[in-house]
Ligand binder design. Structure first.
Ligand SMILES: Nc1ncnc2c1ncn2[C@@H]1O[C@H](COP(=O)(O)OP(=O)(O)OP(=O)(O)O)[C@@H](O)[C@H]1O
Ligand SMILES: [Mg+2]
Length: 457
């Protein structure tokens, strides 16, 4: 009930009381004796009954209606916590009760809505792809967390702005425009140059319609495909490298065979020399194919190690004589320091490859009269293997890359030693399959140290 209405109500009451009092003042002087007393009594009783009636009407109807009206006002304003008193009777009580039920339902609905919105937000924020929603006027309405991670800005930098004011990439503009224009899904990809690296994205733009099939906006989904691109590039490089590596020995074998057939085989010296070259080249070819097969076996996901309990001093007894012989041939001093009783769990065949590759490298890349050390240490949790040489060393900027397939510091020199550039790639694979680590420390013209740790179990 509004305040002007209640003012009117009180005015009526005052008028009625005033009329009753004036009637009393007019009538009572006109009568006398007992009638006067009776009339006065009747008037006063009438007034009292009237006042009691008014009080009841006010308490039972006006107050609840007024309170209900106030609560309804609050509900309209969005304050769903507002409640009215419920200790009323009759219709007013029902009204108060209904208003409270309504308020409670509204509050419940709002809470549910908030929960749903926050669940939806959580899902959108935790998606693996970046998401942006642009409304039918071209304003950005929503960007998720992944999108912000991808492009490195805050949501305030996007939300509420026209998409072409906050996005520079023309390919994105095109995707948005095509989705709006053709009203169907569009796919595009683009390169985004960050400060240090290039990132590749695939973008899908999908139009959004309401129930009446009116276009309401466009959702853009961004997939980071940098890793795919990198793998694709690696594969291309790998194929190019393999072809190149195979071409060299094949060309030389073919060349020398042709020369021999063209008459060089009549000359015994030439024949011996060329056949030796052909043999060496075919050995290289064989080594290359063997290493490639080895790598592809290691790279297969299902690569399983045949774990055995290994006593390293005993295990190395098979390997060390081979290395000693190679070292002797080059007058290199081969010094070993192997902790007795060192034991670990591992695949003996694979570990043999690791030791042989590292020790072969140390001898190959160390000039005559140098030194090669093999240290095997048992520590609390790990077995540490160190291979040090006093050889040519590896330039610092290349140390990161020597574990890559086909990477060789000096291609010509490595090829002369029969190297394929796959040895360390294989070593790294095997070490990691054993959950170990490998690192290199090297100084050009001073020597290199390869350090491996294997967990004992
Ligand atoms: N101990 C070392 N001292 C100096 N350079 C080394 C040493 N070990 C490796 N390198 C460098 O790292 C490159 C990669 O070594 P990796 O063992 O993978 O290939 P490779 O020895 O050329 O051929 P292979 O596959 O036959 O072992 C070598 O070509 C060489 O340039
Ligand atoms: Mg090698």
């Amino acid at each position: 009930m509004t305040s002007s209405n209640s003012r009117l109500f009180f005015t009526y009451i005052v008028i009625v009381i005033a009329v009753m009092i004036s009637m009393g003042l007019i009538i009572i002087p006109l009568i006398s004796g007992n009638e006067k007393i009776i009339a006065s009594f009747a008037l006063i009783s009438g007034l009292i009954v009237f006042l009691v009636l008014i009080y009841n009407i006010f308490e039972k109807y006006m107050k609840p209606v007024r309170s209900a009206a106030l609560v309804a006002d609050e509900l309209v304003k969005g304050n769903y916590k507002a409640r009215t008193y419920v200790n009323y009777y009759g219709d007013a009580g029902k009204l108060s009760h209904s208003i409270n039920v309504l308020a409670r339902s509204l509050q419940e609905m709002v809470i549910q809505e908030k929960i749903q919105a926050s669940q939806l937000r959580t899902v959108i924020d935790n998606m693996e792809s970046g998401v942006m929603f642009i409304n039918d006027k071209g304003y950005v309405h929503l960007v998720n967390r992944k999108f912000l991670n991808m492009f490195g800005k805050q949501s305030n930098d996007y939300i509420g702005y026209l998409y072409y004011d906050v996005i520079d990439q023309v390919k994105i503009h095109n995707a948005v425009q095509e989705a709006f224009l053709y009203e169907e899904k569009v796919k595009n990809s683009f390169v985004f140059s960050m400060e240090i690296e290039k990132k590749y994205f695939e973008i899908v733009g999908a139009p959004i319609f309401n129930e009446k099939h009116d276009l309401k906006g466009v959702v853009l989904v961004f997939h980071d495909i940098t890793e795919h691109k990198r793998i694709e590039q690696m594969r291309k490089d790998f194929v190019a490298n393999v072809s190149h590596e195979l071409k060299t020995p094949i060309t030389s074998i073919r060349g020398f065979a042709e020369t021999l057939l063209d008459g060089a085989m009549e000359n015994e010296d030439l024949r011996n020399e060329f056949l030796t070259i052909i043999l060496k080249e075919s050995e290289r070819l064989q080594a290359l194919v063997y290493d490639l097969l080895e790598l592809s076996k290691l790279e297969k996901d299902e690569m399983t190690l045949k774990y055995e309990h290994i006593s390293l001093p005993q295990f190395l007894q098979d390997i060390l004589p081979i290395v000693e012989q190679q070292a002797n041939n080059k007058s290199i001093q081969f010094i070993t320091s192997i902790d007795s009783d060192t034991e670990m769990e591992g695949d003996p065949d694979r570990l043999k490859q690791v030791f042989l590759n590292l020790l072969n490298n140390a001898i190959n890349y160390t000039p005559q009269n140098g030194e090669v050390h093999l240290i095997v240490k048992e520590e609390q949790e790990v077995v540490r293997v160190i291979v040090t040489d006093t050889g040519i060393g590896i330039p610092e900027d290349m140390q990161k890359r020597i574990f890559e397939r086909f990477f060789r510091v000096d291609r010509a020199r490595s090829r002369n030693t029969g190297g394929t550039g796959l040895g360390l790639a294989i070593v790294k694979h095997i070490v990691e399959a054993h959950h170990g680590t490998i690192k290199v420390i090297s100084k050009l013209n001073h020597g290199s140290t390869f350090e491996i740790t294997f967990p004992k179990k």
